[in-house]
Design a protein around this ligand. Structure first.
Ligand code: SAM
Length: 304
């Protein structure tokens, strides 16, 4: 049987890397068989993301299908509370040491989720590697998502050597550590002590020497750090980041850039809020869909 699906089209030489990234981000639709032509591979994905096109794909046999899951390092996260399927998933790949069931959405100030262990080791901690950087994470203690891996690469490509960078909501450090190679110094802040503790471990294992961890409420950063001193500021707290725009623009150098992640229902929804602080160029892109009515967007904002 064939079925239509959104898919990503990539040159054949990028196929394995793309397949791995999509699987890690929980986007690869394993119920359909990828297909190819002379030059390109086409991977079916389970949601519309920028750049996808719609094509028809052959369905796989049901007995070969694994339950839908997101893979982060050695942890597979399932949407269904099904121990039998979790055991099958655990046995499917040696890299998986634990299968978790995600009990609900991210909640609270620390943006964490509740999990129960369906199969394997009783832990929510694992090691995860992204573009050569290693991260120790603990999903019940501090937020982590592999889904912004491409965003981190995009921002890295925009940077000039020697920039002063501030990550206002750094979590365990994926942006701070990825971007530190192009920066003179990175201030990486989070309000969650467990996140900052994992961030410090990640700074150590990646042998970074220019990242300053800060444990603070971002509301106080205007008083803790030097005003107008940062070339680039990352604001990745999509549910609440509008509250922190004023602090970000206080800390940004004229000519610098703020990357503002937000959840919105319509494109351009945040432009008026942003215009209160800068007359500079604003460019907006959709990162991914979040729910039927909302999407996750990033505004790259020039501060003048
Ligand atoms: N940037 C990280 C990433 O991509 O993995 C983490 C992003 S997570 C969506 C948001 C982070 O903001 C959480 O780690 C949470 O603890 C932190 N946070 C929430 N409110 C905060 C505040 N008022 N000040 C500083 N950090 C805060």
């Amino acid at each position: 049987m064939a079925r239509e699906s959104h898919c990503i089209k990539v040159p054949k030489k990028e196929g394995e890397k793309t397949r791995r990234n999509l699987a890690e981000e929980g986007l690869l639709d394993n119920s359909l068989k990828p297909h190819s032509d002379e030059i390109f591979l086409y991977f079916p994905v389970n949601e519309e993301i920028p750049g996808t096109v719609i094509l028809s794909f052959e369905e796989r046999e049901e007995s070969l299908l694994l339950p839908r899951h997101e893979l982060i390092g050695g942890i597979a996260i399932m949407q269904d509370d099904d121990k039998g399927e979790a055991e099958r998933l655990l046995a499917s790949r040696p890299v998986i040491h634990t299968v978790l069931y995600s009990e609900g959405p991210v909640t609270g100030e620390y943006r964490t989720k509740d999990y129960s262990v369906l199969a394997g080791r009783e832990t929510t901690a694992t090691d995860y590697t992204e573009y050569g950087q290693r991260f120790v994470i603990d999903l019940s203690a501090a937020y982590f998502s592999a889904r912004l891996a491409n965003e981190r690469q995009r921002i890295e490509r925009m940077m000039e050597p020697g920039e002063r960078l501030l990550d206002m909501f750094a979590g365990v450090g994926p942006f701070a550590i990825t971007l530190s190679g192009n920066a003179s110094v990175v201030y990486a802040n989070d309000i969650n002590p467990a996140a900052v503790s994992l961030l410090m471990e990640n700074i150590r294992i990646n042998k970074k020497r220019n990242i300053v961890p800060v444990l603070a409420d971002a509301r106080h950063l205007g008083g803790i750090l030097t005003e107008s001193s940062f070339d680039r500021i990352i604001m990745n707290l999509p549910m609440r980041s509008p509250e922190f725009l004023q602090t970000a623009f206080r800390l940004c150098k004229p000519g610098g850039m703020v990357h503002f992640y937000t959840l919105q229902s319509e494109t351009g929804e945040m432009a008026m809020d942003i215009r209160k602080y800068t007359g500079g160029k604003i460019s907006e892109r959709i990162v991914r869909s979040y729910s039927p009515s909302q999407h996750h967007a990033v505004y790259d904002i020039e501060f003048i």
